[in-house]
Design a protein around this ligand. Structure first.
Ligand SMILES: [Zn+2]
Length: 290
């Protein structure tokens, strides 16, 4: 599932490609993906792109917004004026654009297009009033996130807030980090990497970490998310950015997916994989003690 760095990478490109474009037509091939009225978005233009944890809001000139949750395999692909020499599409864009997995096409001015592709069809697009985006079901329930705002939503996860969330919890730390209602944006890849970087076992009880461990973990989360954003995200499953390219974080993970490989910190133990709450969990038994 795409996490904060992946969706941030999409956001950065959409800002570059979409702002100023006008929507001239809307083609819906799969009605279940799109909730909203055609007349609410045709003849409007894109004025801003925002991200709330893993959700995108494409804000339009008529105070409506297109809220997009790509879930597991959704893809937003742009082709047009603001990408003059488009790179060839990743093979992860199954069927191409438009293709058999293209469910919605936003026809833009100047012969440009924004395609929504989705193989598994868990993702969705909804038209809502811009001022209501922060409060719609899923977005309204998001916890503060590491790159949030000092004022407004998503709220900024400061160290003090992080400490407070952990102190109150009896849950194991890895599961808590991935709970979007407590902390927005962290999924399995970055939770694994942050815990290894901080030298903390995923099953430690959140409320029992020392102040020093909490600070180390907070810094580790910021560091791995920044590294993810710099790499353009991790391309597992179907993740691509709107230019149709893959990110590269999957080639630079610290612990995630590294089972059988030697731990670069202690250089003694190999990473082991097991399942915690149904999710692949990777640890070095020497660096991450219970
Ligand atoms: Zn180690």
């Amino acid at each position: 599932m795409p996490e904060l760095p992946e969706v941030e990478s999409i956001k950065v490109q959409l800002e570059k490609y979409l702002l100023g474009h006008r929507i001239v037509d809307l083609i819906i091939h799969t009605p279940s993906v799109f909730e909203g009225k055609r007349e609410d978005i045709v003849d409007t233009s894109f004025v801003s792109v925002r991200r709330f944890a893993k959700v995108l809001s494409l804000d339009l000139s008529n105070s409506k917004s297109l809220v997009v949750h790509i879930k597991l395999t959704g893809q937003l692909i742009y082709r047009g004026r603001n990408l003059p020499n488009p790179p060839s599409l990743s093979r992860k864009v199954v069927g191409g654009v438009p293709g058999k997995h293209t469910h919605v096409v936003f026809v833009l001015d100047e012969n440009s297009f924004l395609y929504y592709n989705d193989v598994r069809l868990f993702g969705w697009i909804k038209v809502v009033n811009t001022k209501e985006v922060e409060n719609i079901g899923f977005v309204g329930k998001l916890g503060p996130e590491p790159f949030g705002r000092q004022d407004g939503k998503p709220a900024l996860l400061t160290y003090e807030k992080f400490k407070g969330i952990l102190a109150k919890s009896k849950r194991v730390i890895k599961t808590l980090l991935m709970d979007q209602s407590k902390i927005g944006g962290i999924g399995n890849i970055y939770a694994n990497d942050a815990l290894w970087l901080a030298g903390i076992h995923p099953e430690r009880q959140a409320g029992k970490l020392s102040d020093n461990e909490v600070k180390t973990l907070y810094d580790a989360i910021i560091a791995v998310l920044k590294k993810g954003i710099e790499a353009g995200g991790a391309s597992e499953l179907a993740f691509v950015t709107p230019d149709g390219q893959e990110g590269s974080y999957q080639n630079h993970t610290l612990a995630y997916g590294r089972n059988g490989k030697k731990c670069p910190r202690c250089k003694k133990s190999e990473f082991e994989k097991y399942f915690l709450a149904g999710r692949g969990t990777y640890i070095c038994k020497i660096c991450q003690k219970r």
